[in-house]
Design a protein around this ligand. Structure first.
Ligand code: P5A
Length: 441
């Protein structure tokens, strides 16, 4: 992408309304724009990162055996009356009437809708286990939307729903998602800690929140120090094999959100293992048994022919919130430092003397070769001052920069810079191209 033809509205000033660093940087780097309280437009850079986050979530859901669907944002109130949540959900639900005066709502979650789909299409235990997920916008009329997309009113969620014949099978489905979440967040460069959590309006008695430790987090959390650096299962993990040991290794150590905190049990940990910190909730999983299936009549014929009410769980990832969490964990005084896996572009290519035929020709060649090697390159071919170009590229946090100046270009060298470490190295354009094309960075 040539910057001169791109749309990347940066802000030079620090926006006064933003209280935390990720919100400030998202506004300054032109990722989002507020449209109403808690409602944001996603600008091109933000849209690119959102798509990368979404794709990682999708790949890990698929790997764990979940199947993607897409349900609508607008739902009928009748479904929610069946589960009894239409009244229980309260003011957080955005209620709408259509032209026929029928009561509708903008979905805050989809337990009812997926149970309706399930009951009308799945009839036999042979079709189980089943886990269906979608990545869709939700609306919750939060009392205090704040911190930008971190607590929005409209936000993007991945929500998965598992259906099983027995409580034992349902716990296995729960463990698969538990492990998929560990992998998902690790691929974004985040250290997540699963913690025992309260179930709130979703219900059930078994629940974990996945927490990223950060000073600006909204939740107070408590955990055993060993959980923070615990290694995460690799790509080759067998989701149909032993899930118990991975999960037990974690759940046997103390970790709880404030609502579930047991001060006595925590105090019994060795002093140097006690972590009391702030955290960002990026995922939340629930096992609630037959809460919805019973109320809505979701049954299958069991092996002996008699009807069995299915056991269910639901599993949420805050896809849009993750962008804020990633920035909280990856920035410096100059701006964002994207982990490679979610960066909007792989490489920023800076022409320090646009209009100069030597730098121009060199940049065009690098741009062409890297693009051909399937790298996303943001090519700054604008007439901006050198200082402003560097500041912008640092602010938007592209992991690598290739800097092409007139002196170097005549000598036949370019400079590459690592945004995270600040390290710079001079090399021939061929060497730079070969290195990035081989993804050997
Ligand atoms: C699980 C999936 C549920 O809604 N039903 C379907 C269950 N869980 S939850 O904890 O309420 O939400 C799941 C995740 O969504 C993110 N999230 C938010 N992100 C941004 N702004 C909000 N207002 C917001 N509310 C929830 C969180 O990451 C949460 O873990």
């Amino acid at each position: 992408m040539r910057l001169s033809r791109y749309y990347m509205p940066l802000m030079r000033e620090t926006p006064a309304e933003a209280q935390i660093v990720s919100h400030r940087l998202m506004l300054r780097a032109g990722l989002i724009r507020q449209m109403s309280a808690g409602i944001y437009a996603w600008l091109p850079l933000g849209k690119r990162v959102l798509a990368k986050i979404e794709q990682i979530v999708r790949e890990e859901q698929n790997r764990a055996g979940a199947v993607e669907v897409l349900m609508p944002t607008i739902q009928s109130a009748d479904l929610w009356r069946e589960s009894g949540r239409y009244d229980a959900y309260g003011a957080e639900m955005l209620r709408i009437k259509d032209r026929h005066d029928r009561e509708m709502l903008y979905g805050p979650t989809n337990e009812e809708m997926i149970t309706d789909i399930f009951r009308s299409t799945v009839k036999s235990y042979r079709q189980l286990p089943l886990n269906l997920y979608h990545i869709q916008w939700k609306f919750r009329d939060e009392v205090r939307p704040r911190f930008g997309i971190m607590r929005g009113r409209e936000f993007l969620m991945k929500d998965a729903y598992s259906f099983d014949l027995s409580a034992e099978d349902a716990r296995k489905s729960y463990r698969k998602m538990f492990i998929a979440y560990l992998r998902t967040f690790a691929r974004m460069g985040l250290k997540s800690v699963p913690m025992r959590a309260d179930t709130g309006p979703i219900g059930g008695d078994l629940s974990h929140e996945f927490i990223i430790l950060a000073e600006t987090g909204e939740s107070q959390v408590f955990c055993h120090r060993d959980l923070i650096e615990m290694p995460v299962p690799g790509e080759d993990f067998d989701f149909d094999g032993d899930t118990e040991s991975v999960v037990n290794q974690r759940t046997s150590l103390y970790a709880a959100t404030e609502e579930m905190h047991n001060a006595e049990a925590f105090a019994a940990l060795p002093d140097d293992k006690q972590v009391s910190a702030r955290g960002i909730e990026v995922g939340h999983i629930f096992y609630f048994g037959t809460k919805y299936s019973k109320a809505m009549g979701a049954k299958v014929a069991g092996p002996d022919g008699t009807d069995v009410t299915v056991e269910m769980g639901s599993y949420g990832v805050g896809v849009s919130r993750l962008m804020g969490a990633i920035i909280e964990a990856n920035h410096d005084e100059n701006g964002i430092i994207w982990p490679d896996s979610v960066a909007p572009f792989d490489v920023g290519l800076i022409d320090l003397k646009p209009g100069d035929p030597v730098t121009g020709e060199l940049c065009a060649r690098i741009y062409r070769d890297l693009t051909q090697a399937k790298l996303d390159v943001l090519y700054d071919d604008t007439e901006e001052r050198t200082g402003a170009k560097f500041a912008s590229m640092d602010l938007i946090g592209v992991p690598w920069q290739i800097i092409v100046g007139p002196k170097g270009a005549t000598k036949g060298v370019v400079e590459i810079k690592n945004r995270r470490t600040g390290e710079r190295a001079e090399m021939t354009p061929e060497a730079a191209i070969a290195r990035f094309a081989a993804k050997d960075m």
